[in-house]
Design a protein around this ligand. Structure first.
Ligand code: CA
Length: 226
């Protein structure tokens, strides 16, 4: 699995990274929430090991932000020993599991195996629109045989439209669904994202799947115009 450790205590982060890497996982370490969000937007992690006590944003806020950004990784919170409130807070914010500090590496590895099995069982079916294919479980995208790399938010936007083919989405609807309430609705963020997704998905195609409906919004169409 590809794993991101979010932990500001270097000794713990290093020990966990070493143990998991020895188990064959690809492991990255960041030391605060801001970096965690950047990394999770850029790379596709299967699991985020998220410490609660972090400088700046705490682990709960990071967990909420990851889920708001559409990050599909499993999240395991590292909480204080026996703090029931911490566990509830984490689970309520979209964490899949928690582990109380200090923990044994063997228990951590066993929990990771369990989460990995659960991810496979929960695997949602792939979505297909013409020759565009999306895998919601892994966030992999293909156009024909060509793999396409999208950021977490680009994937979320494309997935939303792909689940409702031919339906027109207004800018406001897309912003409401994919961005938080503080987001400035007058910005051109939707246009920027659509342009980027279109470049990746429709590049080199005569008939694009992503259609701009003038004055209204955007849609993914199932039948390209002749
Ligand atoms: Ca910490």
């Amino acid at each position: 699995m590809r794993i991101l450790i979010v932990e500001d205590e270097a000794a713990i982060a290093t020990a966990v990274k070493r143990a998991l890497a020895a188990d064959g996982h690809a492991v990255d370490v960041v030391s605060d929430g801001r970096q965690a969000l950047e990394w999770a937007d850029t790379y596709r992690f299967d699991l985020v090991l998220l410490d609660v006590v972090l400088p700046g944003m705490d682990g709960f806020a990071v967990c909420s932000a990851l889920r708001d950004a559409g990050v599909a990784a499993s999240i395991m919170m590292l909480t204080a020993l026996d703090d029931v409130q911490d566990r509830i807070a984490g689970l309520d914010r979209g964490a899949d599991d928690y582990l109380a500090k200090p923990f044994s590496m063997e228990e951590l590895k066993a929990r990771i195996r369990a989460l990995s099995r659960r991810r496979l069982e929960d695997r949602k079916p792939r979505i297909r629109i013409e020759d565009l294919e999306l895998d919601p479980a892994t966030r992999d995208v293909w156009r024909g045989d060509r793999p396409i790399h999208l950021t977490a938010r680009e994937f979320a936007l494309l997935e939303l439209m792909a689940r409702h083919p031919d339906q027109v989405f207004t800018r406001e609807r897309l912003i409401d669904t994919l961005w938080d309430a503080d987001f400035a609705a007058e910005s051109n963020v939707v246009e920027v994202y659509i342009r980027s997704i279109r470049r990746k998905v429709d590049e080199g195609r005569r008939n694009g799947l992503i259609e701009t409906v003038r004055g209204t919004g955007y849609r993914l169409r199932t039948k390209a115009p002749r």
